[in-house]
Write a protein that binds this ligand. Structure first.
Ligand code: HEM
Length: 146
Protein backbone atom coordinates (compact mmCIF):
# COMPACT_ATOMS: atom_id res chain seq x y z
CA UNK A 1 0.00 0.00 0.00
CA UNK A 2 1.23 3.50 -0.77
CA UNK A 3 2.02 5.01 2.64
CA UNK A 4 1.37 8.53 1.37
CA UNK A 5 -2.30 7.80 0.73
CA UNK A 6 -4.64 9.38 3.31
CA UNK A 7 -6.53 6.73 5.35
CA UNK A 8 -9.85 7.55 3.67
CA UNK A 9 -8.46 6.43 0.32
CA UNK A 10 -7.50 3.03 1.71
CA UNK A 11 -10.92 1.94 2.95
CA UNK A 12 -14.59 2.71 2.40
CA UNK A 13 -15.30 6.43 2.50
CA UNK A 14 -16.57 7.37 5.96
CA UNK A 15 -17.69 10.95 6.11
CA UNK A 16 -17.85 13.25 9.10
CA UNK A 17 -21.10 13.28 11.01
CA UNK A 18 -23.22 15.69 9.01
CA UNK A 19 -26.54 15.78 7.14
CA UNK A 20 -24.96 13.99 4.19
CA UNK A 21 -23.85 11.10 6.44
CA UNK A 22 -27.39 10.91 7.88
CA UNK A 23 -28.83 10.80 4.37
CA UNK A 24 -26.46 8.00 3.37
CA UNK A 25 -27.32 6.02 6.53
CA UNK A 26 -31.06 6.27 5.92
CA UNK A 27 -30.94 5.53 2.19
CA UNK A 28 -28.54 2.59 2.48
CA UNK A 29 -30.45 1.10 5.42
CA UNK A 30 -33.88 1.27 3.77
CA UNK A 31 -32.42 -0.01 0.51
CA UNK A 32 -31.35 -3.10 2.49
CA UNK A 33 -34.71 -3.28 4.31
CA UNK A 34 -36.49 -3.17 0.96
CA UNK A 35 -34.49 -6.17 -0.35
CA UNK A 36 -34.77 -8.14 2.89
CA UNK A 37 -36.91 -11.29 2.82
CA UNK A 38 -38.33 -10.69 6.34
CA UNK A 39 -38.71 -6.89 6.44
CA UNK A 40 -39.20 -6.05 2.76
CA UNK A 41 -42.79 -7.36 2.52
CA UNK A 42 -43.78 -5.72 5.84
CA UNK A 43 -42.65 -2.28 4.66
CA UNK A 44 -43.91 -2.58 1.10
CA UNK A 45 -47.29 -3.70 2.44
CA UNK A 46 -47.58 -0.39 4.32
CA UNK A 47 -45.67 2.14 2.28
CA UNK A 48 -46.76 2.50 -1.35
CA UNK A 49 -43.93 2.79 -3.88
CA UNK A 50 -44.67 6.48 -4.49
CA UNK A 51 -44.73 7.21 -0.73
CA UNK A 52 -41.14 6.04 -0.13
CA UNK A 53 -39.56 9.45 -0.73
CA UNK A 54 -41.77 10.89 2.02
CA UNK A 55 -40.84 8.06 4.41
CA UNK A 56 -37.13 8.46 3.64
CA UNK A 57 -37.29 12.24 4.17
CA UNK A 58 -39.06 11.69 7.49
CA UNK A 59 -36.42 9.16 8.58
CA UNK A 60 -33.66 11.61 7.61
CA UNK A 61 -35.37 14.20 9.84
CA UNK A 62 -35.61 11.63 12.64
CA UNK A 63 -31.93 10.58 12.53
CA UNK A 64 -30.81 14.18 12.03
CA UNK A 65 -32.66 15.08 15.25
CA UNK A 66 -31.16 12.13 17.14
CA UNK A 67 -27.57 12.46 15.93
CA UNK A 68 -27.21 16.16 15.09
CA UNK A 69 -29.83 17.56 17.48
CA UNK A 70 -31.31 19.46 14.54
CA UNK A 71 -34.85 19.31 15.96
CA UNK A 72 -36.24 18.52 12.49
CA UNK A 73 -38.37 15.57 13.63
CA UNK A 74 -41.38 16.25 15.81
CA UNK A 75 -43.49 13.21 14.97
CA UNK A 76 -44.86 10.43 17.12
CA UNK A 77 -42.93 7.22 16.39
CA UNK A 78 -45.04 4.77 18.40
CA UNK A 79 -48.44 4.70 16.56
CA UNK A 80 -47.26 3.18 13.24
CA UNK A 81 -45.39 0.48 15.16
CA UNK A 82 -48.32 -0.32 17.43
CA UNK A 83 -50.38 -0.76 14.28
CA UNK A 84 -47.96 -3.46 13.08
CA UNK A 85 -49.19 -5.79 15.88
CA UNK A 86 -47.87 -9.33 15.44
CA UNK A 87 -46.00 -8.30 12.25
CA UNK A 88 -43.48 -6.67 14.58
CA UNK A 89 -42.39 -9.32 17.07
CA UNK A 90 -38.99 -10.17 18.47
CA UNK A 91 -37.79 -11.81 15.22
CA UNK A 92 -38.65 -8.76 13.09
CA UNK A 93 -37.02 -6.31 15.52
CA UNK A 94 -33.94 -8.54 15.75
CA UNK A 95 -33.74 -8.54 11.94
CA UNK A 96 -34.17 -4.75 11.83
CA UNK A 97 -31.27 -4.31 14.26
CA UNK A 98 -29.16 -6.92 12.43
CA UNK A 99 -29.44 -4.78 9.29
CA UNK A 100 -29.07 -1.44 11.07
CA UNK A 101 -25.91 -2.17 13.11
CA UNK A 102 -23.52 -2.92 10.21
CA UNK A 103 -25.03 -0.12 8.11
CA UNK A 104 -24.40 2.43 10.87
CA UNK A 105 -20.83 1.16 11.36
CA UNK A 106 -20.22 1.34 7.62
CA UNK A 107 -21.53 4.83 7.08
CA UNK A 108 -21.01 6.83 10.29
CA UNK A 109 -17.93 7.74 12.30
CA UNK A 110 -17.47 5.12 15.08
CA UNK A 111 -18.83 7.21 18.00
CA UNK A 112 -21.88 8.30 16.05
CA UNK A 113 -22.48 4.71 14.90
CA UNK A 114 -22.45 3.47 18.51
CA UNK A 115 -24.83 6.27 19.55
CA UNK A 116 -27.19 5.47 16.66
CA UNK A 117 -27.15 1.74 17.46
CA UNK A 118 -27.78 2.33 21.18
CA UNK A 119 -30.69 4.66 20.33
CA UNK A 120 -32.20 2.14 17.88
CA UNK A 121 -31.86 -0.67 20.46
CA UNK A 122 -33.65 1.41 23.12
CA UNK A 123 -36.46 2.31 20.73
CA UNK A 124 -36.80 -1.29 19.51
CA UNK A 125 -37.19 -2.42 23.13
CA UNK A 126 -39.71 0.29 23.97
CA UNK A 127 -41.75 -0.53 20.82
CA UNK A 128 -41.67 -4.22 21.78
CA UNK A 129 -42.89 -3.42 25.30
CA UNK A 130 -45.70 -1.20 23.99
CA UNK A 131 -46.80 -3.73 21.34
CA UNK A 132 -46.61 -6.57 23.88
CA UNK A 133 -48.65 -4.59 26.39
CA UNK A 134 -51.34 -3.90 23.78
CA UNK A 135 -51.50 -7.52 22.62
CA UNK A 136 -51.74 -8.85 26.17
CA UNK A 137 -48.27 -10.40 26.46
CA UNK A 138 -46.53 -10.63 29.83
CA UNK A 139 -44.00 -7.84 29.36
CA UNK A 140 -42.67 -7.83 32.90
CA UNK A 141 -39.80 -10.14 31.98
CA UNK A 142 -39.42 -9.22 28.32
CA UNK A 143 -35.68 -8.99 27.60
CA UNK A 144 -34.24 -6.33 25.26
CA UNK A 145 -34.20 -7.31 21.57
CA UNK A 146 -30.81 -8.75 20.60
C1 HEM B 1 -39.73 -4.61 13.14
C2 HEM B 1 -39.09 -3.44 13.00
C3 HEM B 1 -39.75 -2.24 12.36
C4 HEM B 1 -40.72 -2.18 11.41
C5 HEM B 1 -41.40 -3.34 10.68
C6 HEM B 1 -41.02 -0.77 11.21
C7 HEM B 1 -41.96 -0.28 10.31
C8 HEM B 1 -42.32 1.03 10.18
C9 HEM B 1 -43.42 1.51 9.37
C10 HEM B 1 -44.33 0.62 8.51
C11 HEM B 1 -43.49 2.85 9.53
C12 HEM B 1 -44.56 3.79 8.95
C13 HEM B 1 -44.14 4.35 7.66
C14 HEM B 1 -45.21 5.29 7.12
O1 HEM B 1 -46.39 4.91 7.09
O2 HEM B 1 -44.85 6.39 6.73
C15 HEM B 1 -42.41 3.23 10.41
C16 HEM B 1 -42.14 4.53 10.79
C17 HEM B 1 -41.10 4.89 11.63
N1 HEM B 1 -40.18 4.05 12.21
FE1 HEM B 1 -40.19 2.03 12.12
N2 HEM B 1 -40.21 -0.01 12.01
C18 HEM B 1 -39.42 -0.87 12.73
C19 HEM B 1 -38.47 -0.51 13.67
C20 HEM B 1 -38.10 0.77 13.98
C21 HEM B 1 -37.07 1.12 14.94
C22 HEM B 1 -36.21 0.15 15.77
C23 HEM B 1 -37.03 2.48 14.97
C24 HEM B 1 -36.12 3.35 15.82
C25 HEM B 1 -35.01 3.80 15.39
C26 HEM B 1 -38.02 2.99 14.02
C27 HEM B 1 -38.30 4.32 13.78
C28 HEM B 1 -39.35 4.80 13.01
C29 HEM B 1 -39.74 6.21 12.93
C30 HEM B 1 -39.08 7.37 13.64
C31 HEM B 1 -40.85 6.26 12.06
C32 HEM B 1 -41.64 7.50 11.65
C33 HEM B 1 -42.89 7.63 12.55
C34 HEM B 1 -43.72 8.87 12.17
O3 HEM B 1 -43.39 9.97 12.64
O4 HEM B 1 -44.68 8.71 11.38
N3 HEM B 1 -38.66 1.91 13.45
N4 HEM B 1 -41.73 2.11 10.80
Amino acid sequence: MNASLPPAAAGPARSDLDEEAVRRLVHLFYDRVHKDAVLGPIFSGRIAADAWPVHLAKMCDFWSSVLLKSGRYDGRPLPPHLALGSDAGEAQFARWLALFRPTALEVLPPDAAQAAIAHAERMAHSFRLAIGFHTGEDITRMPPVR
